[in-house]
Structures are given as structure tokens and as C-alpha cells.
Design a protein around this ligand. Sequence first.
Ligand SMILES: *Cc1c(COP(=O)(O)O)cnc(C)c1O
Length: 393
Amino acid sequence: MVPLLDVNAQNHPLESELQAAFTEVLKHGRFIMGPEMETFEKEIATMTGAKHALSVSSGTDALLLALMALNIQPGDEVLCPAFTFFATAGAVSRLGAVPVFTDICPICFNLDVNDARKKITAKTKAIIPVHLFGQCADMDPILALATEHGLKVVEDAAQSIGAAYKGRQSGTMGHFGTYSFFPSKNLGGFGDGGMLVTNDDELAEFARVLRVHGSKPKYYHHYVGGNFRMDTLQCALLSVKVKRYAQYTADRQRNAANYTEALSKLPGIVLADPAHCKCASAQNEALAAQGAKIVLPVAYGHNSHIWNQFTLRVLGGKRDSLRDHLVAKKIGCDIYYPVTLDQQQCFANLPAASRSGCEVAHQLAQEVLSIPIYGELSEAQREEVIAAIAEWL
Ligand SMILES: *Cc1c(COP(=O)(O)O)cnc(C)c1O
């Protein structure tokens, strides 16, 4: 038995420290914006190198708050990848703006800047690159495109806190970056929580005011904001884990390297080829020529990947067969994501132009399968996963 994720394996060894942190908060009773909030925000700012870090109620609210602070209005268009968790586009829609879905790169699963460029109109105001599964999108051309067209950039770094692109931290390259502490993220909390980061003093100040209903001072409202605060208690508990974050990342990277080494030796399993960056047709041809059955994920040389997911591509319409096999062997696995955002029911009434041309995303939604990668996996468990895949081939 290998679960896809075991949060207790990471949290239970910290029990006495977590209890102590809880006791401290219980003692002082400042449950909203208490002293542990500021401490935790400073820890995240230090870790990521962001100038400002604002704790917020969730990764979803971090996105919403970022777009509010950037003054995204009804009717504005915001580019975002078709292949991501729903919240990326949900935040756009909730402001009455239109998510315009772009296709993705078949190597890193992230926004394809060439497709984004084609979809820019006079109404385009912002772009949300997502750093999916723990690896950064190709930010240099995305930032260049944004500068050229005056677009705001919000990095959805919910799955990639601590990942880097050419030495720059995920979340710190655009106007805003957003992180999530949902329990399944790499810095997993004890409930919901998130962080908004920026290097811009004015944007930070505006977001800070919007976080508390747009009031400054209290009860004087210049803007309509919301309650986007994170609990003091959640901050106190996460401070216990943030000190160990480098180790958590190293553990996941070790697991990924181990899988890569063992699985790539099996017949029919190949590594994704970075030479096919943003070029699905060349990649599909090469994979067919190799007789590939499964494609392993890779990190680009310029990226430090933190492996929130280890996502296989299972070719030839066999994905569900491998999933069923692993489930029968009691090996946790899941499909992130089975339906692309341009195909979601709730977006069916969006203009057709905002839902066009996402073929690579559609292909990958049929092929992806994520296997256990959490840091506390034992060697025996990794071997069990590898053996089960080998048996299926
Ligand atoms: C988890 C996630 C979010 C939302 O974070 P929550 O804290 O669950 O609200 C947003 N975007 C992506 C890509 C995510 O994976």
C-alpha cells in the first residue's frame, strides 16, 4: 500500500512543536492578525526573496486579491493556461473579467507564450502564468510579452513555492505572486491559507488595505475589499514547518531523481525531451518513433523543480488502464487534471475566442497520471510503485 500523499507522515513528528505553537496562541488570544502572522510573513519573504509578503485566507483568495489590487474590471481579458487548477480562472471570472485560455507546452505543462501572443486583444489586461506541478513556466518570454503589451503579470505559484527559474524565485518575477498552503501543497498547512507576494510598495499597500475590507483606518472604507486574512494560529503552525522546508524539497527531489533513474531503464518508458519545448507535433512524432508508452516528466536545465506532482504521460489511450492497475495494487495515483478549463461547463457561455486552440492541453488531459512523490515515501514504497508500473508495461 502506497498512498498518493500522507500528510501525517510529515506532521506527526512535529507534534510537540505544533502543540507548543498552539498553546502560545491560545495564551495571548490574538487570533486575528496576531504576532505570529507577521513572523510567518517575514519568514516567507526571506525564503522567497520577495519584498512584501501578505498572508491571506487561501491561494484562491491570493489570486483574487492580486487581480483586485491590479484593478481588473468587468469585461477585461486575462490570459491563463487551459491546463491548471480551477482557481486560476475562477478568480478572473469572479471579477466579471474574461479568462482567455492559452495552450500549454507539452514538456513542462505550462503556458505556451506563442499561443498567448496570438490571443492578445485590445481588452487584454493581464496574464497569469501558472508554475504547475512545481516547475516554473518559461518566464523570460512571458515577461517580455507582458512588457510589450502593458499587461500585468500574476504568477500562480500555488504549487511551486521555493521553485526557481534562472535563479529567480517563483512568484517574485511578476507584479504579484501567489502561494497556497492547502495541505497537499509542498508547504502544506493545517487547513486553508495562502500568501500574496510582490516587490512593488504601492501594490503591497493597496492589497494590504483590500485584505481588510478596503478600510484604512478601521471603519473608513475607500474601497470595497474583503476579508482575506489568514488565522494567527495557521501562521504559527506553518512557522514550525517553514524552518524545515529546504529538507522537504530535497526529499521530493531525491524521490523524483530515483523514479527517473529506475523508470527510464524500463522498455517503453522515455524521458520528455526539452528540445521539444512548446512543440507538441515534433514531440508526438519523436515519441511514436521511439515506441514510447510512458513519458517521464523532466525539469528544464534553467529550472529548480520542487516536484509538487510527479506526472507521467501515458500514451496510446492507455492512461485509465495504468490507473486501474495501480489502484488494484493499492498504489495511490490521480489525474491532474481530467478536464481542461476551456471545456468546463461553467465557462461554456464565454466567447468562443476565449476557448479556442488548446489542443495540447486536451491531449495531456487524456494522458496524465500523477504518482506518489511526497518526501516521506520510503525506499520500499518507491520500489513498490516502480514494480507495479513495470508489471503493467
Ligand atoms: C491549489 C491551487 C490554487 C488554490 O489554492 P487554495 O489554497 O486551495 O485556494 C490555485 N492555483 C493552483 C495552480 C493550485 O494548485
